[in-house]
Design a protein around this ligand. Structure first.
Ligand SMILES: [Zn+2]
Length: 342
């Protein structure tokens, strides 16, 4: 089978590998669509040397496909089922898993993140991670679940309800997913950041206010505070960057909730958190895949309008060079089309 492999930072090749065989509890999935996002670009460049230890290595996390083989003991799935996969594996039996918080599984065996790869014709997935797609959900939307799933987790934890206002910091792949999720929940969205096409896409997804930037890394919080005096009652930071963290905390109003998806040190001191009574939520992916799929099936949520480029697996190097380069600002979501529908 064809598979994308990284051989060094920025060096991605399509190689020929044997089709893997599913072991106990595993499912062989024929990959249909793969939608790269920020973490994939970080992995491609091995930013800060923290993504890849040993080369060569596969790439890709957010995908959809068709069940092509079942390992021993797998129940509830059949060959031919259309599926998508959660980012994180889990035990399914601990207190957190039973409470629907599989992203916080208590079993130490699942504490270390096992990176999924999916930029290949076939991939092995733990059966517990798979969800069967409703008929009305296409492979494109099912390959872009990570952003909406994270955002649903963030908004739920922040206690947001229809009509509430939320600031979304960053309008890359995760940010656009968060904007779409917020609109599906009838939240009022302030999209902060993005230059070029990306900010425009946030508007098309229904963000009521846009605060685009002219260049990468430009401070935008002052403009937000002039337009919205006092700041925002809730902010989700989606870039995991120093820039995004600084902007998110600058625009958070006294009493605000701030949801974080990654990043380094907080840009505020303990005293500032106390003085402004900020509530800070860590968001480790999410477990709301079924809810997100239902919202897509009902027509309330779709990231398809954000797809601006499509590539074949053979052209994956072109796709990553685009996403890691200066032209990325004019690119929405990218789909790598891998399998053909039968
Ligand atoms: Zn568990």
């Amino acid at each position: 089978m064809k598979a994308a492999q990284l051989h060094a930072p920025g060096d991605i090749r399509v190689v020929d590998l044997p089709v893997p065989q599913p072991g106990p509890g595993q499912v062989l999935v024929k990959v249909m669509a793969y939608a790269p996002y920020g973490t994939d670009v970080g992995t491609y460049l091995n930013k800060g040397g923290r993504y890849v230890k040993d080369y060569p290595v596969g790439i890709g996390a957010d995908f959809s496909g068709v069940v092509a083989g079942l390992g021993e003991g797998v129940e509830g799935l059949r060959e031919g089922d259309r599926v998508s996969a959660l980012a994180l594996d889990h035990c399914g039996t601990c207190a957190n898993c039973k409470a629907g918080r599989q992203n916080l599984c208590l079993d130490p065996a699942f504490k270390t993140l096992v990176r999924q790869t999916c930029c290949e014709e076939y991939t092995l997935v733990s059966a517990r991670k798979l969800a069967v797609l409703p008929d009305a959900v296409g492979f494109d939307d099912a390959a872009m679940l990570a952003g909406p799933v994270d955002a649903l987790n963030a908004f739920t934890r922040m206690g947001l309800k229809a009509g509430d206002t939320v600031g979304i910091l960053g309008v890359g792949a995760m940010g656009l997913g968060a904007v779409a999720m917020a609109r599906a929940l009838d939240l009022d969205v302030v999209a902060i950041g993005g230059s070029g096409k990306r900010s425009q896409l946030a508007g098309e997804l229904g963000a009521a206010r846009l605060f685009p930037i002219a260049a990468h890394g430009e401070a935008v919080s002052d403009a937000v505070l002039v337009a919205l005096p006092g700041g925002l009652p809730a902010v989700m930071e989606t870039t995991a960057s120093e820039w995004g963290m600084a902007q998110a905390f600058a625009v958070a109003a006294p009493g605000a909730s701030v949801a974080l998806t990654g990043g380094g040190a907080l840009p505020v001191s303990n005293w500032e958190i106390v003085d402004r009574e900020l509530a800070i939520f860590g968001v480790r992916a999410g477990a709301g895949q079924a809810q997100v799929l239902d919202l897509i099936a009902s027509g309330k949520l779709s990231l398809r309008p954000t797809v601006t480029r499509r590539f074949a697996l053979d052209d994956v190097a072109q796709a990553f060079s685009l996403l890691a380069g200066p032209e990325a600002r004019d690119v929405g979501r990218v789909i790598i089309e891998i399998g053909e529908a039968e």
